[in-house]
Design a protein around this ligand. Structure first.
Ligand code: GDG
Length: 475
């Protein structure tokens, strides 16, 4: 147990309450951020997590302060915020996911610069700040998460000038020319730069952020210490910037992977799919994840190397997300069509090149798929980090990773077989290489990745972040 009081603020809640057969059940929510931070919160004394409630029974179980202890009464306090339809559309689907998300992933042409959405985004950020401020009684540390809440540090600082505030940005930060296309870029920067510390997954993302601040009038100082990327001085307030890639609960996952249950399910999967070699891919439905290009690479592989027919199967799992945005719906149709086309051309009576599961499941249910697969295909067009890459390594001994060079995790996982996801031929070749390499080569690659995933786990990340944060006030 770490002796610290923390107020965590994120868009998504770690647990939702839903009705199943007229009974209320608690469900752990998928998603990189909540999966990564929940074990950390469980380890802290006296902490509160403020988040948007999206389960239909969420307010059936909370107290009059809209709070509930999770995962059980010995856990931490989850304080729920409710958003109405206008807020949900303007803040979440609108400014967060149709402006900031495409801009930060370099897709300028997909961005919608709606002043109405921006106004709603500001109001909702104020609402989160207000809910968090009500939880602050002393010198709690306030940790704001991700792009949906860029203005929260400023709104908290306005009410509580001495507050200890940090922010972690989980998605990429684009080059300044791209970020500066947002009409309200200065206000977003001012929101974030009210924090004392801001973290990114990679040095490049952190440098892009610092340069964006410089181009918008901040004074910046780069320093050479290995993790401290720099200090930004803006509106007479200093913000430390750090590059620190999120880790996973390595020990927990690795232990689960060795359980009889997971092993048994993995064996069943192998028997069920009559291919000798299984590949796995697990993504949230998103245009950044490179799903269509990956499917095309399977097509190319089978065309170039017919010996893989009836030999390999890709199991592609997709968790739907942001389905109210028309673009995401279209993408779902395109994926359906591409899989139908490829399977239609190659499948036999008892073999399919691509098996497709749509739907989101608890993380535990992904583990047998990881364990059954000889290789994982993690080929986003761009990604802040990508936790699935690390989870696969924690679960599958000697597993091979085909990894996009544009995923933040590529900076850490040097044993992976890298590919440019836009280069379909190169990805097909990378798959062939992953499958056909000698056992010794595979093992060496795996061990190189294992060392990092194990050492730089969630505890390492948490301790480093909190230590950097503490040090700011010791000076
Ligand atoms: C953002 C950034 C960054 C559980 N069930 C499902 C599922 N999970 C878990 C996975 C993994 C997490 O959700 C997904 O994390 P990712 O990192 O792959 O991706 P994003 O949701 O896009 O997360 C990303 C992350 O924040 C953390 O900072 O790494 O770059 O975009 O832990 O085990 N995942 C899926 N289907 C399920 O049914 N896809």
């Amino acid at each position: 147990m770490i002796n610290k009081s923390l107020v965590m603020i994120s868009n998504a809640e770690p647990y939702a309450h839903k009705y199943y057969n007229n009974k209320i059940v608690q469900e752990k929510q998928p998603g990189g951020l909540t999966t990564g931070l929940d074990p950390l919160m469980q380890d802290l004394d006296n902490s509160v997590w403020v988040a948007w409630a999206r389960g239909e029974a969420d307010f059936e179980v909370t107290d009059k302060n809209n709070s509930i202890k999770v995962p059980d009464e010995n856990g931490y306090k989850l304080k729920r915020i409710s958003l109405d339809k206008t807020e949900e559309n303007g803040f979440y689907y609108g400014f967060s996911n149709q402006t900031l998300w495409p801009i930060c992933h370099n897709f300028i042409t997909k961005a919608n610069f709606s002043p109405i959405n921006w106004q709603i985004y500001k109001n909702v950020n104020k609402k989160y700040a207000k809910a968090a401020l009500a939880e602050i009684n002393g010198d709690e540390m306030i940790w704001v998460q991700d792009y949906q809440l860029s203005l929260v540090p400023k709104y908290i600082r306005e009410e509580n000038p001495e507050a200890k505030i940090a922010h972690f940005w989980h998605i990429p930060w684009p080059p300044f020319e791209i970020f500066n296309t947002i009409p309200w870029r200065r206000e977003i920067l001012a929101g974030l730069l009210a924090a004392d510390l801001i973290g990114f997954h990679t040095k490049n993302q952190a440098k892009n952020f610092i340069e964006t601040a410089r181009k918008n009038g901040a004074e910046v100082n780069y320093n050479n210490k290995s993790d401290f990327i720099g200090v930004i001085d803006y509106n007479n307030h200093k913000t430390q910037v750090i590059a620190l890639p999120l880790g996973i609960d390595f020990n927990g996952l690795n232990k689960k992977a060795k359980s009889k249950e997971v092993k048994g399910k993995a064996e069943d999967l192998k028997k069920y799919y009559s291919a000798n070699r299984l590949l796995v891919a697990v993504d949230r439905l998103d245009y950044t994840k490179g799903i269509t290009q990956r499917l095309q690479a399977i097509d190319k592989l089978l065309e170039k190397y017919p010996e893989y027919k009836e030999e390999i199967t890709l199991i592609q799992r997709i968790a739907p997300s942001r389905v109210h945005i028309p673009e995401y719906e279209e993408m779902e149709n395109e994926i359906d069509r591409t899989i139908g086309d490829i399977n239609g051309r190659y499948q036999t009576a008892d073999w399919q090149p691509i098996v497709y599961y749509k739907g989101s499941v608890p993380q535990d249910e992904l583990l047998p798929y990881f364990l059954a697969a000889d290789a994982a295909l993690i080929t986003p067009l761009i990604d802040g980090l990508n936790l699935v890459a690390k989870e696969y390594i924690a679960v599958k001994e000697n597993g091979q990773l085909i990894l996009s060079e544009f995923a933040g995790a590529a900076n850490q996982l040097e044993g992976a077989i890298f590919t440019n996801p836009y280069d379909i031929d190169a990805t097909a070749e990378a798959i062939a290489k992953a499958i056909s390499s000698k056992a010794k080569v595979k093992q060496a690659r795996y061990e190189q990745m294992l060392k990092i995933v194990k050492k730089q786990d969630i505890n390492w990340w948490r301790d480093k972040f909190l230590k950097t944060w503490d040090d700011i006030y010791d000076k």
